[in-house]
Design a protein around this ligand. Structure first.
Ligand code: ZN
Ligand code: CU
Length: 480
């Protein structure tokens, strides 16, 4: 297979050039610069060929198995995902979570991925919340005993031996919030010894943002593990602007040799599980999720209650003729952990501040399910390339592509991926830089982005002209 006279954005951040790329089997075998004539046959196509995008922050653990075409990913140019984020992974226990079946061990999960390949490649984190819940249950609001620590350590080691790249935490959530810094340090220490990474959904992204950055950096500094701060943001009106001192703390840590990076999705609204938000006290005052009004909460997914989806908490309370408190309790009682909401939390200026930083990498954080998932699930990458690069000029195209490809690949151990060069895997996306854009809204999120012409995973075409091909060439990537 050959691409002729395409504009190559090679993923390294280097300037684009017009050239040819030859693919044989699953690898790129040749990259050459061409000098196409100004007009006539052989002129530059105007299309950009880039490495396939690597989504470093996903909750696609079960989707890889239950929706293996992964159309919501490939249609936006994504060829690889990192699963197991925010403390939740499919092994060793997902049973307490609404995301689907769980696996007793990471070995079992990898075997399932091998048996039923998906359209995209996957790298796996083990979730601290899943480990804690397997050993101690979901609701134990106390420190782990030494026996429990030993049992959790064994689960983490099993996951690392099976091929997990590292551990994630979700310290704003049950059960992660019940663990203190020592528990994390001990488990992350095992990960550091194995050469793995620590990613964290920090304890408090609202009025505890800066303390949470300190807590996260301390874990990295004590253990020596690389630290990836997930979806960096200032998640409450009261802390808007604090991404600036947050980034300064990250830079100061980097300057003294701590390996800290962060990722981001390109929206001012977040999305998470309603019961976690309701139980945090966010409707009564400040909490891990800030302070919320019923108008700021939009229901994305409510299994069995489609009439609630796309309505705010204030609206459904009104629909049902009850006060907000009664409605909150009704949702939690009826749907337990299965209700996903969208929260209006951040300001655009902060989103742009984080996006402009040279160490930013991209992760969608989409949560699959319901009729109105957050549009980040389907549109993160075209939104950055269309809105923030082309329309706003906030960052240059080569830098944006680097944040989606080689920088992400280096961070999460995707060897020979994330770049266009001879010998690399042929994970590729062909797009029109003049038209690429997200098309999904909060009310109508499940649309196809514009401008993605073709997507290849390991040399196999998975998207052609805005439609999936049905091929599933993805690999479960093991580390170490
Ligand atoms: Zn998270
Ligand atoms: Cu997440």
């Amino acid at each position: 297979m050959e691409f002729r006279n395409v504009t190559i954005v090679d993923g390294t951040g280097a300037a684009p050039f017009v050239g040819d790329v030859v693919v044989e089997g699953d690898r790129i075998v040749e990259v050459s610069v061409s000098t196409p004539p100004a007009d006539g046959p052989g002129q530059a196509t105007g299309l950009v060929l880039a490495p396939g995008f690597i989504d470093v922050h996903t909750h696609d653990d079960v989707q890889l198995l239950s929706t293996p075409d992964m159309d919501f990913k490939t249609l936006q140019g994504v060829t690889s995902v990192v699963v197991g984020n925010c403390g939740f992974s499919a092994a060793p226990s997902y049973a307490d979570l609404p995301m689907g079946p769980s696996f007793a061990t990471m070995t079992d999960y990898f075997a399932a991925l091998d048996n039923e390949p998906a359209a995209v490649n996957a790298t796996v984190l083990v979730g601290h919340g899943s480990v804690r819940s397997a050993v101690m249950g979901f609701k134990e609001n106390r420190e782990a005993t030494s026996d429990e620590m030993a049992a959790m350590s064994a689960r983490v080691i099993e996951a690392l031996d099976a091929g997990a790249i590292g551990i994630s935490s979700g310290l704003a959530y049950e059960p992660g919030r019940y663990s203190g810094p020592d528990e994390m340090k001990q488990l992350v220490g095992l990960v550091a010894d194995a050469g793995g990474i620590y990613t964290t959904h920090m304890r408090n992204e609202a009025n505890g943002l800066l303390d949470s950055i300190d807590e996260s950096i301390a874990v990295a500094e004590t253990t020596g593990a690389p630290l990836q701060i997930s979806h960096l943001k200032a998640s409450d009106r009261s802390v808007w602007g604090e991404v600036v001192p947050a980034l300064e703390k990250i830079e100061a840590a980097r300057a003294r040799g701590v390996d800290v990076m962060f990722d981001q999705y390109p929206y001012t609204r977040g999305s998470t599980f309603f019961d976690q938000v309701a139980n945090s006290g966010a409707f009564e005052g400040q909490s891990e999720f800030g302070s919320l009004s019923p108008e700021e909460v939009l229901i994305a997914s409510a299994p069995g209650r489609p009439e609630w989806e796309g309505r705010t908490l204030a609206q459904v309370a009104d629909d049902e003729g009850v006060d907000t408190r009664t409605m909150i309790d009704r949702i939690v009682t009826e749907l337990d952990r299965r209700c996903v909401v969208i929260l209006d939390r951040m300001c655009e200026e902060d989103v742009q501040t984080v996006m402009s930083h040279p160490e930013m990498i991209v992760g969608s954080d989409g949560v699959y399910g319901g009729s109105r998932p957050h549009p980040r699930l389907h549109h993160t990458y075209p939104r950055i390339l269309g809105h923030y690069v082309r329309e706003l000029g906030l960052l240059e195209l080569p830098r944006a592509v680097q944040a989606m490809t080689s920088a992400a690949a280096k961070r999460f151990g995707f060897h020979d991926r994330g770049v266009i060069e001879a010998g690399a895997y042929a994970d590729l996306v062909l797009f029109d830089p003049e038209t690429i854009i997200d098309t999904g809204t909060y009310m109508d999120p499940k649309t196809v982005p514009t401008g993605i012409e073709g997507v290849w995973v390991n040399g196999t075409l998975v998207v052609e002209n805005g439609a999936i091909t049905g091929e599933r060439p993805g690999l479960a990537l093991r580390h170490r």
